[in-house]
Design a protein around this ligand. Structure first.
Ligand SMILES: Cc1cc2nc3c(=O)[nH]c(=O)nc-3n(C[C@H](O)[C@H](O)[C@H](O)COP(=O)(O)O)c2cc1C
Length: 316
């Protein structure tokens, strides 16, 4: 999730309860292959703690997908990020589902549903860049304006390693519940058209058990959890301790996040306001949480945040 699942948060999640795999935020290939590269490459940063990690990319120009895929597969990006030899991404995922205005106006992401020749060119260019070195997957929705399973059929004709299906149309944004019956239909299409492609379901999963139940009900190969992590950083645990986490433990977890953020993102590489989302996750469900959150959200440096958290912990 953009501005959420950066290397810092993925490390926090790994320390709570690791999922089977992680995804980067979506990263624009046209930007990566431009002079703007140094600004964007931060979205690809990761550590050996967050593995396996899939790089999710988006954009417009097939040539930039090809070159980005090549650099992801041959370890160029991993080296540029400063990772040791042998540590690399585990796969490349194409975002064909983001419904945001800017991306749609640009003809990218979910808009590719309406430009299948370009979608095909992007998939083929990425495949060429990867040259079999990393698996290729796509994440998408079940239609643009209305449900359109011919789009899923189209993607199933592209010999993908994995297809992640978010059970909403682009037009539905996040406004209605995800339709898991449609995800089940995508799996049935897969059985018929592309038995070698894995199907992952996505949308509104809040607990590990709910995900396991949906995977069993619809015979899916995997479940992707997005916003569920906002409700429980231990969402991937067999038994999450989150409900009974004390104020002290919650403050300590945010403190860990802020310190890691300060160490990772120097020189204002990421605005401190991006931490506010996490403040809402951790500083919750105890007496005085609201007041503490308000205080934390007014802070303008990580040092200030740490000092407020230390004072709050000492006064418990
Ligand atoms: C803040 C935010 C950022 C997101 N960024 C991305 C992204 O970069 N790439 C992507 O594939 N989906 C992105 N999504 C969509 C989620 O991955 C997911 O498909 C959607 O929220 C539905 O699943 P959920 O109910 O498990 O969150 C984002 C969602 C949110 C709320």
């Amino acid at each position: 999730m953009d501005d959420v699942t950066d290397t810092v948060f993925r490390q926090i999640v790994a320390g709570c309860a690791a999922p089977d795999m992680y995804f980067t935020e979506f990263v624009n290939v046209d930007g990566l292959q431009s002079p703007g590269r140094p600004k964007l490459i931060k979205k690809l940063r990761f550590t050996a703690a967050e593995q396996p990690l899939i790089a999710q990319i988006w954009g417009k120009q097939p040539d930039n997908f090809r070159e980005t895929a090549r650099q992801l597969a041959d370890g160029t990006f991993a080296r540029d990020i400063g990772l040791p030899d042998g540590v690399n991404f585990a796969g490349v995922d194409l975002n064909m589902g983001c419904p945001q205005k800017t991306e749609i106006k640009n003809g990218t992401c979910a808009a590719l549903m309406n430009d299948r020749p370009l979608a095909e060119a992007i998939i083929e260019a990425t495949r060429e860049g990867l040259a079999g070195r990393l698996p290729l997957s796509v994440k998408t929705r079940v239609g643009f304006g209305t449900v359109d399973m011919s789009w899923i059929e189209f993607l199933l004709g592209k010999d993908l390693h994995t297809l992640t299906v978010h059970g909403r149309t682009k037009a539905q944004m996040s406004k209605v519940p995800a339709d898991w019956d449609l995800i089940g239909q995508a799996r049935e299409l897969r059985d018929r058209l592309a038995p070698g492609t894995l199907i992952v379901g996505n949308g509104d999963v809040l607990t590990r058990q709910q995900g396991l139940d949906l995977a069993a009900k619809y015979k899916l190969d995997g479940i992707m959890v997005g916003r569920g992590i906002f409700h429980d950083p231990f969402v991937f645990a067999e038994r999450s301790p989150w409900e009974s986490y004390t104020a002290e433990q919650r403050i300590a977890l945010y403190d860990k996040h802020v310190r890691q953020f300060a160490e990772t993102w120097q020189d204002r590489e990421r605005p401190i306001q991006t931490l506010n989302k996490f403040c809402k996750i951790y500083i919750n469900n105890f007496d005085g949480a609201k007041e503490l959150r308000e205080q934390l959200m007014r802070a303008s440096t990580t040092d200030e945040l740490i000092s407020i958290l230390e004072t709050a912990a000492a006064s418990l």
